[in-house]
Design a protein around this ligand. Structure first.
Ligand code: ADE
Length: 230
């Protein structure tokens, strides 16, 4: 049976999960808290990393290497780039990239470094489970590219840069770093985000208003997926 890692970046992204799971045991490790728990007979390890690519890489690595999780699901919020995505809508990443990784001065594409890849693909099997859950619950799920960077984007200019160079549909601050870790360690992963803002001038205000409600939408969907994972 699988041992499933579920991670978020912020406390608000995992609190709705901790409210629903059972037999919680808290383990402190590497300046972070990990919650071993059960949900509908499935073994889980839940954690939030803190914001950004470095903290999320550390937490993803720990979930896989120390806690021996064999699948990783990420739940959280994102800023929309694709105009079809409205606040509260769900997006799953088919691939992810780092929009702030830049050695373009040496002639490389934005987001590319030697021996890396511009895009990392998420697991198809987990994506098809997500599509089943969306169908069962009559929810719209957009599948697209998620761009990650160590910055909260609140400008149309930066949004356009990311759209033009990565054709991304949404942006956030952890997905691609988690993807790189899981890909390197050969562990199937899945990144889900509910939209909290549209990364424009109003993004800060929208994020404050909608982050908690969107994080709940994402967490509820993830738990529905857990039920369907073998
Ligand atoms: N997560 C949610 N909204 C975001 C934004 N506008 N920029 C970066 N990460 C986000």
């Amino acid at each position: 049976m699988s041992k499933i890692a579920i991670m978020g970046a912020m406390p608000e992204e995992i609190e709705p999960l901790l409210a629903k799971v059972e037999d919680i045991k808290k383990v402190e490790y590497a300046n972070n808290s990990y919650y071993e728990a059960k949900y509908k007979g499935k073994e889980l390890v839940i954690a939030y990393s803190k914001i950004g690519k470095v903290f999320s890489s550390l937490t993803a690595s720990t979930l896989l290497e120390k806690f021996s999780c064999d699948k990783l699901l990420f739940s959280g919020v994102a800023g929309a780039i694709n105009p079809e995505l409205k606040i509260g809508d769900l997006i799953i990443a088919d691939k992810l990239c780092q929009h702030d990784l830049d050695i373009s001065i040496f002639g490389h594409d934005f987001g590319f470094v030697p021996e890396g890849a511009k895009f990392v693909e998420s697991d198809e099997g987990l994506r098809s489970i997500a599509k089943e859950v969306a169908k069962d619950n009559e929810l719209t799920l957009i599948e697209g590219t998620i761009a990650t960077g160590d910055q909260f984007v609140a400008s149309n200019e930066r949004k356009e840069f990311i759209s033009k160079n990565f054709q991304a549909d949404a942006l956030e601050m952890e997905g691609a770093s988690v993807a790189v870790v899981c890909d390197a360690l050969n562990v199937p992963f899945f990144i889900l985000r509910a939209i909290s803002d549209t990364a424009n001038d109003d993004a800060g205000m929208d994020f404050d208003e909608f982050m908690v409600s969107s994080a709940k939408i994402s967490a509820a969907f993830i738990l529905d997926m857990v039920e369907k994972i073998d």
